[in-house]
Design a protein around this ligand. Structure first.
Ligand code: DOR
Ligand code: ZN
Length: 353
């Protein structure tokens, strides 16, 4: 045993599917999956079945969340370019605004003109998060340059995107970026083998994984992009994009620590300190996790808590296990069991800076 204590981790990019698609995941199963994976705070994306583009929908989501979350949960607003008044109303209750510049799950795509308009109207210290792949990343950076608005580039997935982000950082623009565990750990070859179970947006490009590990010092955040879909959907003729990740992200990273590919210090930076700083997330000194750096186990679909019930990393051997998760002094997860009732978690808003 090599037990160590780490801060309770923060995942700034999850899709808990609640309300609207609770057959894939719900607030209880999604947040249970989070605490089993060492995360005590998650920020949930707005691409629900009915996208979170109005205060009314956000209110309903918050009220539903309060009934069945076991860790702390915050939200983002969404926009299709037709809700400027609503964006102003939602702003106090969210950690940022998420925009989709490329096609993915749901139908929330916006174009360049709308992107520009939204950058002009958001007027908030909170970041605009973008799903922006190589074809559109420059447009985002130009808008940051023009307006000074903070932007977070989600799940960087190509050399071109990462180079654009690095350049923006060198130009002192307020741009941060995140990468997913699947882009860090899955090769193109492995993704092809997994078929639709590795179908996600952005997709895995040949050679990117190696490039990313070499440039990891430029990455601010690791975000799971936990995007649960059930097995039946993934096996269908039109499989949806996305893979679950909350329970596998930390074990994979701890395995990388054991292989000396990354230090514990950097892990804490990317999964706790930077998310906290970028999104102004309140944390509690009595919230932490205990992990056994030496424990090895095989990722087993049958043991996962996520309602989706599978992982692209199934059958992988990992080294590093979450033994205990403590939130505000209360043990919420231990011995592979969830120990608190629904509604233990808190709906959170950013702390004012
Ligand atoms: O693979 C993905 N799945 N990428 C996204 O951008 C959305 C997500 C989802 O909601 O399923
Ligand atoms: Zn996502």
């Amino acid at each position: 045993m090599a037990l160590i204590k780490l801060p309770g981790l923060i995942d700034i990019h999850v899709h808990l599917r609640d309300p609207g698609q609770t057959y894939k995941e719900d607030f209880y199963t999604g947040t249970s999956s989070a605490i089993a994976g060492g995360f005590i705070t998650v920020l949930d994306m707005p691409n629900n079945k009915s996208p979170i583009t109005t205060l009314e929908r956000l209110r309903i989501k918050i009220e539903e969340a309060k009934k069945r979350i076991v860790c702390d949960v915050g939200f983002y607003a969404g926009s299709l370019g037709d809700n400027f008044l609503e964006l102003k109303k939602m702003e106090p209750f969210v950690f940022g605004l998420k925009l989709y510049l490329n096609k993915t799950t749901g139908n929330y795509l916006i174009d360049k003109e709308i992107l520009t308009k939204i950058f002009d109207t958001w007027e908030s210290k909170k970041p605009i998060l973008v799903h922006a792949e190589s074809d559109i990343i420059d447009e985002v950076i130009n808008n940051v340059k023009r307006t000074g608005q903070k932007a977070h580039v989600c799940h960087v997935s190509t050399k071109y995107e990462l180079a654009a982000v690095i350049q923006a950082k060198e130009n002192k623009l307020p741009v941060t970026c995140g990468v997913t565990p699947h882009h860090l750990f899955l090769s193109k070859k492995e993704a092809v083998k997994l078929g639709s179970f590795a179908l996600m947006k952005p997709k895995i490009e040949e050679g990117f994984k190696t490039y990313l590990w070499n440039k990891l010092k430029y990455v601010d955040v690791i975000e799971s992009d936990h995007a649960p879909h059930i097995v039946k959907e993934k096996k269908s003729v039109n499989p949806p994009f996305g893979v679950p990740g909350l329970e596998t992200t930390l074990p994979l990273l701890l395995t990388a620590v054991s292989e000396k590919k990354i230090s514990i210090k950097r892990l804490i930076e990317m999964c706790f300190a930077n998310p906290k700083k970028i999104f102004n997330i309140e944390t509690d000194k009595n919230s932490f996790i205990e992990v056994d750096l030496n424990e090895e186990y095989i990722i087993d679909n049958k043991k996962l808590i996520t309602k989706s019930g599978w992982s692209p990393f199934a059958d992988w051997k990992v080294k590093g296990k979450v033994k205990k998760t403590i939130i505000r002094g209360v043990t919420v997860f231990e011995n592979d069991k969830i120990l608190v009732n629904k509604s233990f978690g808190k709906f959170i808003k950013p702390i004012l800076n």
